[in-house]
Design a protein around this ligand. Sequence first.
Ligand code: AP5
Length: 213
Amino acid sequence: MNLLLLGLPGSGKGTFSEHLEKEKKMLHMSTGDLFRKNIDNKTKLGLDAKKYLESGKYVPDHITIDMVKDYIKKNNYFDNLIYDGFPRTVFQAQALDDFLIENNSKLDKVIYIDIQEEIVVNRLKNRLVCSKCQSIYNKKTKAPLKEGVCDFDGEKLLTRKDDLPENIAIRLQVYKEQTSPLLDYYNERIFNVNIGDHNIEEFIKTVYDGLKI
Ligand code: AP5
């Protein structure tokens, strides 16, 4: 089964993916993480993507789609994959459906994390990310054991540039304009989880019970 996680920036896509990877042994592809790795490694793709990520705008469709197809093909990730942050435009969604059909695969379910804007703004302002393994923390709800340091590899925790308040506002606007139309596109494939301000465990239980995974 292939799953897409859809929801506002900060809705918990990355956090839930970490659980699915560990508990359900699913594979994980985060386009945000792929771009950030390319930026760190100073590849051509990273140089092209940098200005978009830092300002909270979307990387152009053709760059993103080529990167994803390449990644899936190279790793043979045609089954058991969590799509985290891709597709996020209708054009990307159509390109992915075509690509998967060509390769005898499909996107089975779309988990829509339905959450209020005020909650995600608060979460993003408090998010910390490991500079090496990308593990996700939160100063308020998921603090590391030792302040400023990753529990898993002891590396420094950082605030992402796109989590600065002015960039959060841009990301929310871009999401509304370009990603919210995906709810209509995916229509009957959507599994809607309205999480209010549930904690991480409650959210996960709702999804596992609802999808029977
Ligand atoms: P990306 O890295 O995907 O960013 P995003 O979509 O903005 O999502 P986030 O990573 O910010 O949030 P999340 O939903 O994963 O939340 P998290 O689990 O971290 O993309 C970055 C950029 O890359 C884009 O802006 C764009 O430029 C580019 N890009 C990527 N994909 C692209 C595409 N397809 N096309 C074009 N451009 C693309 O959680 C947030 C915080 O909340 C954490 O601190 C966490 O601990 C906490 N938290 C999570 N769940 C809970 C909970 N249930 N209760 C309490 N706290 C919680």
